[in-house]
Design a protein around this ligand. Structure first.
Ligand SMILES: NC(=O)c1ccc[n+]([C@@H]2O[C@H](COP(=O)([O-])OP(=O)(O)OC[C@H]3O[C@@H](n4cnc5c(N)ncnc54)[C@H](OP(=O)(O)O)[C@@H]3O)[C@@H](O)[C@H]2O)c1
Length: 343
């Protein structure tokens, strides 16, 4: 078999079309993976609406991938045919997710532990990388809280804030603060997510239905048990960014998911935008560290994957899923498709 089903976005503002394309061959250092689950991301709305993030059309999107290794490229060590893996895809390339077979650099693939299914594994690459690069990796790419991902590092006694705790990214940021030993982890989210976010490690959930974003900093200061040195903006808009800046002390940092707009305010507080991909040259080495560290954390239950919702009809479900992301109809859950369900 040399052909596979793929999902092309024909052009910016265009439609998604299921079509055929050759199955790629793994080059040196690469794996060919039979994709078993591919998850959706809000960035795909921006590709469809404005043509961002890909160089040419038609383009294959999808960056959150889990599947089985079916071929191992020259020089690869540590992986064999049949291994279950997950990895951060690369939109607009043979490493994208909405195809039956996709490539990855072997050192940017992680093994799926036995307690995690393909869908759960596909929730991790983009959202976990974006939280981990933003919080742990060395400055300037991250806040530098734990650049070697040493599990002995501990911030006991300190407080942290995650604005948008119910986002996929925010759920992992909360869990990383828990892993780092933060004593007080405050998050801003809808009240209906309270129990779930507390199960991930939040100590306090501030209801965004009750407290306006403009009053968040005041509410945070009342709860924090130590002056806040770190806040994570998982929403990325200006109001949430201001609330984070107002919540931290001088010398503190705000990690923000919007690298286009997050700028240093020049008031002794550091605000930086996160490029949450290991394909960015500044993040590649840290991306390799994450791939080595994450499987054990998942196996030990120290990091719990997002809750998942399957879209029907395989690749044909992606367009509807992107519409739901664009119109904010996705709440506390991550959407995914199974390529083999494509008609
Ligand atoms: N820089 C990067 O590399 C990078 C990578 C990945 C994602 N991102 C960005 O990060 C953001 C989150 O992505 P995601 O995939 O994690 O999103 P997501 O899970 O689709 O986000 C949906 C959630 O956002 C919550 N929400 C919306 N507005 C909110 C607000 N003002 N305050 C608090 N919560 C709010 C909703 O909560 P309710 O249901 O309670 O309303 C919902 O649960 C997106 O903007 C995305 O583009 C950036």
């Amino acid at each position: 078999m040399s052909e596979q089903k793929v999902l092309f976005l024909e052009k910016a503002q265009g439609s998604f079309i299921v079509s055929k394309a050759p199955i790629p061959k793994p080059g040196p250092g690469q794996l060919l993976v039979s994709v078993k689950a591919s998850a959706l991301n809000p960035a795909e709305c921006l590709v469809q609406d404005y043509g961002l993030f890909v160089e040419k059309f038609p383009a294959i999107l999808g960056s959150d991938i889990a599947g089985d290794v079916v071929e191992v490229g020259e020089g690869v060590e540590g992986f064999s045919k049949g291994d279950k893996v997950f990895y951060h895809g690369y939109m607009g390339s043979e490493m994208a997710g909405y195809q039956e077979y996709s490539l990855t650099a072997a050192d940017l693939a992680a093994k799926i532990p036995p307690n995690i299914d393909y869908a759960q594994a596909a929730s991790l690459p983009v959202a976990f990388n974006t939280s981990a690069i933003g919080l742990l990796s060395a400055q300037p790419a991250g806040a530098g809280l734990n650049p070697t991902f040493d599990l002995k590092v501990n911030y006991g006694g300190e407080s942290a804030l995650v604005v948008g705790g119910s986002t996929s990214v925010g759920q992992y940021a909360i869990q990383l603060f828990r892993l780092l030993g933060y004593s007080t982890i405050i998050t801003y989210a809808s009240a209906r997510h309270t129990d779930f976010l507390k199960s991930l490690g939040a100590t306090h959930v501030i209801d965004r239905g009750e407290i306006a974003i403009g009053n968040l900093a005041e509410a945070v200061k009342k709860i924090a048990t130590a002056p806040l040195k770190i806040a994570y903006n998982a929403i990325g808009d200006a109001e949430c960014r201001s609330a984070c800046v107002d919540s931290i002390v001088e010398g503190g940092q705000v990690a923000d998911v919007n690298p286009m707009e997050a700028k240093d305010p020049g008031n002794g507080k550091r605000v930086f935008g996160i490029f949450g991909t290991p394909h960015h040259p500044a993040n590649r080495d840290f991306g390799v560290v994450l791939c080595k560290t994450l499987p054990k954390l998942l196996q030990d239950g120290l990091i719990v994957p997002n809750r998942m919702e399957k879209l029907p009809h395989g690749f044909a479900g992606v367009e509807e899923g992107i519409k739901r992301l664009r119109t904010k109809q996705v709440s506390g859950i991550k959407l995914f498709v199974i390529p083999q369900e494509t008609a």
